[in-house]
Every structure is written in C-alpha cells, then in structure tokens.
Design a protein around this ligand. Structure first.
Ligand code: 3PG
Length: 312
C-alpha cells in the first residue's frame, strides 16, 4: 500500500510505516492540481495544516482509504466529502495538546508583562525599567472558550498558576462536570464568559458553527483593557471586530498564533501583526520536538491500523 505525505513529517514517521511494509512517498508543497493528478496512486494521504484536501482531490482519490492529519485541526480537510466516500479521516489531537497549551500560557504571560517590547527596548540600549509595569496572572479571571484536549489542559495549567478560570463549551452537559472536576466555574453562555473575563483564550475547532464566534456584536461585551489569546484558528474571530477592539481600548493586548491566511497576505493582516498591542507568532503551537515525536508515533500507528482494517 502507498502513502503520500504532503507536509513535513519527521524521518521516524516514515521508518515506522516502512518497517510495517508500506511505501511512503514525500511530495511536499504541491499545488492542488498536482495532488489531483497523483492522488489516485495512493491508499492514504498525510497532511498538516498547510495542504488542503478538498472535495475534488477526494473525488480523484480512487484508491484512497485514509486521510491522516498530523495534528488536531481538521479545517483543511473536507471531512463531509470524505465521509460520503467512506474514507476514514484520522487525527492526533492528544499529540499536540500540551505544546499548544504551553504556548498559550507563554503568550498570556508575555502579554501581561509586555515581554517582547521589554526585550526589544533593552536591545535598543534603553533602560525603561519603570515603563514596563505589568499584571500578575494569579487572581485574574481567565475565560477558556472550548474545553476539548487543549482547552482543558490550558484551564488546568491556569488554575495551577492561581488564576480564576471560567469555561465555556457548546456541549454544556460535558462542561459542568469537566470544569467542576478541575476546580473551574462553567459559564452559562459565551456572553457571560466574555463579560466577566479579564483574559479570554480560544480553543475551539474551526467549523461553520465557530466561524466568527467572537464578532462585532459580542466583542463589545468584553471588559475595557482585557486581553485576548487565539491559538485555535484565526477565522474564529472576526478580523474587523478585532482591529476595532484594539483601537477602541477594549483590548490592552492580543496574542495570535493563527492567521487569516497562512502565511499572511493582505495589508490589514500585516497591520494587525505589527500593531503595538499585538504579539503574533507564525502558527508555532504544535512546533515542539516532543509534539513532533508524539505525532509521528501515534499517527503512524493509527494510520497502519486503519489501513490494515481497510484491507481485511
Ligand atoms: C493543529 O491543529 O494541530 C495545530 O494548529 C498545529 O497545526 P500544524 O500541525 O499545521 O502546525
């Protein structure tokens, strides 16, 4: 059986699958028309977030049995089209959750202490000790939106650092018990969470339902001088509303690891990234050696299992 890898994956991923008898081919950074041409040769395709597996690629995949996402988000894969054709879509959210959660904590602390600006200022040989007066996370109220693999880890880490945590999950039944177990409070609605939080951090998958979950209407409920962290997907937040909230004083700081185009293309995206109150990173949430290793091993095992199942 042949496996096509479209985005960078470590050597051990290839080795595990080759040791099990699979042929693994790397075709990185291909256009969608090239993928459409070659996909019929393969039994499985492996992507991260860069390569889009659209319905026409799925349609052309006459032998395709599995689409494997090396990470959490499935927004670059037409899951509905795959389901219709009986193609299994697998991912490994558990492999990247801690990496994303730790980056989220890093971004929150960086915002509260203006770390990038303080570092930059000293690099410029300025001694602005008294300019950089920040806030302490302990005692602050943090709203965690989404309580899946990543959100629940973020909530636990925040609680360990002394923050008050309020959570929101669309499936409220699960929310109450999950949040109570770890010592967080669950909000009755997203609106309630936005009103009471001094920091809001987003951990929902990007779907039709979460498109512009934070928008020009509900962003106005947030406290003046609050903070927003987005390590989920950019489109969960309405871009125009975000820019407005930065200029009207709603936000004291915003940290984003995810972008409307990756890499960013439009002028307004660069304006957002370069805004003095914004800390932006190039979608590095899952980029740790530990997450890469876990992703390789877990995904290779899951993929081999699915291909084996499809064969029998
Ligand atoms: C994910 O969904 O797994 C993260 O956002 C990381 O995406 P990446 O694997 O493309 O870096």
């Amino acid at each position: 059986m042949k496996i096509l890898v479209c985005d960078p994956m470590p050597e051990d991923f290839k080795k595990i699958l080759e040791d099990k008898g699979y042929e693994v081919c790397y075709l990185l950074k291909q256009s969608s028309s090239t993928l459409k041409e070659v996909i019929s040769e393969y039994d499985a395709v492996v992507v991260r977030s860069s390569t889009k597996i659209t319905s026409d690629i799925i349609e052309a995949g006459s032998k395709l049995k599995v689409i494997a996402r090396a990470g959490a988000g499935l927004d670059n894969i037409d899951v509905e089209a795959a389901n219709k054709k009986g193609i299994r879509v697998i991912n490994v959210p558990e492999a990247v959750a801690n990496a994303v959660a730790e980056l989220t904590l890093g971004l929150i602390l960086s915002l509260l202490r203006s770390l990038p600006n303080a570092v930059e200022s000293l690099r410029m040989a300025r001694w602005e000790k008294h300019t950089f007066i920040g806030r302490e996370l302990a005692g602050m109220t943090v709203g965690v939106v989404g309580m899946g693999n990543i959100g629940s880890l973020v909530a636990k880490k925040l609680l360990a650092l002394g923050a008050n945590v309020i959570t929101y999950r669309r499936n409220k039944l699960l929310l109450e018990s999950d949040s109570a177990k770890i010592g967080a409070r669950s909000a009755k609605s997203l609106e309630e969470l936005l009103k009471v939080s001094e920091i809001v951090t987003l951990h929902v998958p990007y779907t039709k339902e979460t498109h512009h979950l934070l928008n020009s209407k509900n962003i106005t409920l947030m406290q003046k001088g609050s903070y927003l962290v987005n390590t989920s997907r950019a489109w969960v937040v309405e871009g125009k509303a975000l820019i407005k909230a930065l200029s009207d004083g709603t936000f004291e700081g915003v940290a984003i690891d995810v972008h409307y185009n990756e890499p960013p293309q439009e002028d307004w995206e660069w304006q957002l990234i370069r805004h003095p109150k914004v800390i932006a990173t190039p979608h590095i949430g899952a980029q740790t050696w530990e997450a890469r290793t876990r992703t390789s091993i877990l995904l290779a095992e899951k993929l081999a299992y699915e291909l084996q199942k499809a064969k029998s």
